[in-house]
Design a protein around this ligand. Structure first.
Ligand SMILES: NC(=O)c1ccc[n+]([C@@H]2O[C@H](COP(=O)([O-])OP(=O)(O)OC[C@H]3O[C@@H](n4cnc5c(N)ncnc54)[C@H](OP(=O)(O)O)[C@@H]3O)[C@@H](O)[C@H]2O)c1
Length: 292
């Protein structure tokens, strides 16, 4: 089985590479934007013609949430046109597309919360930022152009690879003795390696051409926290002493508006693919241990 990975130098791409040797029956083709620029349809066609993959995991994205506010054309090109190109090429080669999306498609303000467990796949998106809108446009482009897709929405992704909140907190703690982190944005961290494992589980457990399993799925680690709680857990687990202050979002203005609440309900993915999901603190320990 040939699995083509786009954006393979990003943190999810590197996380897939990290676990790939657990899948000896899978031939992974890792591409970065130099070999496969997802915004270039011809580039997609050429690479698919060369490798003829059964699956494509699209980890390529424009992920600079604040910068996207002033680079909306670029964000749209990578997050919406790119997935559209991939969906069209996947259709041509009968390749199943596994595309990654985000909790930032939600506004995080719903009070109706059918949400004891968070946002369900069927809840109505209402992005509040350019990044969130372009990611939603990417989802819609995939759905419109190729039915054989899995769209996996995830949140607060971190890992021992590339740049992310966990590594930023550790860097800041090495530079200063106090830090303020928002405590009124609530969600769930996701260890990118856990996400990579689930993507591979979906791919390897896919056996029939059953259209019923295609569609949108939520995935994050288990549990709920604020960014402040996340930072506190990082410092606690690393034994770092720092004066950490909880602050409201108003005190830390950013160009992009973020959802106040973006916990994802994972009932569907757990049931359909029979997976158990680690608690976010347990998974954080694993990731921090890999930094040592
Ligand atoms: N990070 C999070 O907190 C988070 C949360 C929710 C959802 N997600 C989603 O999860 C997925 C993986 O995110 P991540 O954290 O692994 O992102 P990442 O570390 O930013 O990796 C994305 C990769 O895509 C590459 N790329 C950019 N433009 C490309 C193009 N035109 N063609 C091919 N590759 C291109 C980037 O290369 P350059 O670095 O050279 O530009 C980078 O290597 C994304 O879909 C993201 O939207 C992430």
């Amino acid at each position: 089985m040939v699995v083509l990975v786009t954006g393979a130098n990003g943190q999810l791409g590197q996380s897939i590479q990290f676990i790939a040797n657990q899948y000896p029956n899978v031939q992974f083709i890792y591409t970065d934007y130099q070999e496969l620029d997802i915004t270039n349809f011809e580039s997609c066609l050429t690479v698919f013609a060369k490798y003829k993959p059964q699956f494509c995991i699209n980890t390529a994205a424009y992920t600079a949430v604040d910068k996207a506010e002033s680079e909306s054309d670029k964000a749209h090109l990578i997050n919406a046109v790119g997935p559209e190109n991939l969906a069209k090429v996947c259709k041509e080669f009968n390749t199943i597309l596994v595309h990654i999306s985000t909790d930032f498609i939600f506004d995080g303000t719903s009070t109706s919360l059918s949400m004891t467990n968070g946002y369900k796949e069927t809840d109505i998106p209402n992005p509040q930022s350019v990044y969130g809108q372009t990611k939603l446009d990417g989802e819609l482009a995939v759905q419109k152009n190729w039915e054989k897709h899995f769209i996996i929405r995830t949140s607060w992704v971190y890992s021992q690879f590339a740049n992310n909140f966990m590594k930023t907190m550790l860097r800041l703690a090495s530079e200063r003795d106090n830090l303020s982190v928002v405590n009124d944005q609530i969600g769930t961290p996701t260890n990118a390696v856990d996400l990579a494992e689930v993507l591979l589980k979906i791919i390897t457990s896919y056996q029939t051409e059953s259209h019923e399993v295609f569609g949108i799925y939520n995935f994050s680690n288990e549990g709920v926290c604020s960014w402040y709680d996340f930072a506190a857990a990082i410092f606690h687990q690393k034994g770092i002493e720092i004066d950490l202050k909880p602050i409201p979002t108003d005190s830390y203005p950013t160009p992009a508006k973020r959802p106040a609440y973006s916990v994802l309900d994972k009932t569907k993915i757990k049931k359909v693919f029979a997976i158990e999901i680690k608690d976010w603190k347990e998974s954080l320990t694993v990731s921090l241990n890999h930094l040592n």
